[in-house]
Design a protein around this ligand. Structure first.
Ligand SMILES: Cc1cc2nc3c(=O)[nH]c(=O)nc-3n(C[C@H](O)[C@H](O)[C@H](O)COP(=O)(O)O)c2cc1C
Length: 272
């Protein structure tokens, strides 16, 4: 992958497919890639590649899809962040080989998907994604859905990123001075549930502390969908730095920075 940010900029959620299905070689490529995905928590994610018709799978917001990827994980601490990180790696790979995807965590008949993916006691399957070739034209319902969640809008840099404390916002110019503009942009353009963009980052020297700004209605007591969003953001941030030839690692080590209401510390990326 050359510049990760270019990949992120050309991605969008795809809900209208051309009805032609997915070539067997593309499924094989994704299966092989999935086997080697790791995440900072060392938590296993189990993927399945399921034909829609054979398994009676559909979603009211999707049309023309022939294939779904399901992903499940053992419930536990950090399982959602690990899940977001790893499943996003697979969905970005699908985008790289020319396939459309969309994270689906709510708008699906969950029981049918959980049965098809054989989700057992103690496991969770927060999301699934269709895969396929993007249709030439978006369906009307896809257009409406994008409008409804303002899918093409994102918060400004200074609403998401901070230097030293939550009181010291970082705008795009400052981010450039800090050498983090593209990594931040890769986070800003990430997908998130209902486009709520719950990621917040506070930088302290060579540490980027990741926080979750919680909205109501995303934590069902078993898992928190916005922690999946944070996992996705972690993947985007790290991959952009890697594509710039830099490196680092995630470590849970709360710096104790004073947090606004409804904010939770998640993890820290220490980079060169
Ligand atoms: C964890 C997660 C769950 C999502 N669940 C749904 C869903 O149930 N239905 C849907 O149509 N889109 C879903 N989305 C897609 C978001 O609506 C989409 O990412 C957001 O609106 C931004 O649009 P974009 O991905 O095209 O940039 C989900 C995204 C994430 C990350």
């Amino acid at each position: 992958m050359d510049n990760f940010l270019d990949m992120v900029k050309s991605r969008r959620s795809v809900r209208t497919f051309d009805g032609n299905g997915v070539k067997a070689e593309d499924v094989d490529t994704l299966k092989a890639f999935a086997e080697n995905i790791t995440n900072p928590y060392g938590i296993d994610i189990i993927y399945d590649f399921l034909e829609a018709k054979k398994n009676n799978l559909s979603s009211p917001v999707i049309s023309g899809e022939k294939f779904y990827i399901t992903a499940k994980v053992k419930a536990g601490k950090y399982s959602e962040e690990a899940y977001g990180y790893s499943f996003e790696a697979l969905l970005i790979k699908a985008h790289e080989i020319g396939l459309g995807t969309v994270w689906i965590g709510g708008t699906m008949p969950r029981e049918k998907f959980e049965e098809a993916a054989k989700v057992s006691e103690g496991e969770i399957m927060p999301c699934v994604s269709p895969i396929g070739t993007v249709a030439d034209k978006m369906s009307i319902k896809e257009g409406l859905m994008r409008k409804g969640v303002k899918a093409d809008k994102r918060f400004k840099f200074e609403e998401l990123f901070f230097d030293g404390s939550f009181e010291n916002a970082v705008d795009e110019n400052k981010a450039r001075e800090m050498g983090l503009a593209d990594a931040f942009e890769a986070v800003r353009l990430a997908p998130s549930a209902v486009n709520k963009q719950p990621w917040r980052i506070v930088v302290q020297g060579n540490c980027a502390h990741f926080y979750e700004k919680k909205d109501k209605g995303f934590d069902n007591g078993v898992y928190d969908l916005q922690k999946v969003d944070i996992g996705i953001a972690m993947y985007h941030f790290e991959q952009q730095l890697i594509s710039e030839g830099r490196k680092g690692q995630f470590e849970v080590s709360d710096p104790g920075i004073k947090m606004p209401a409804d904010v939770e510390y998640i993890t820290t990326y220490k980079f060169d």
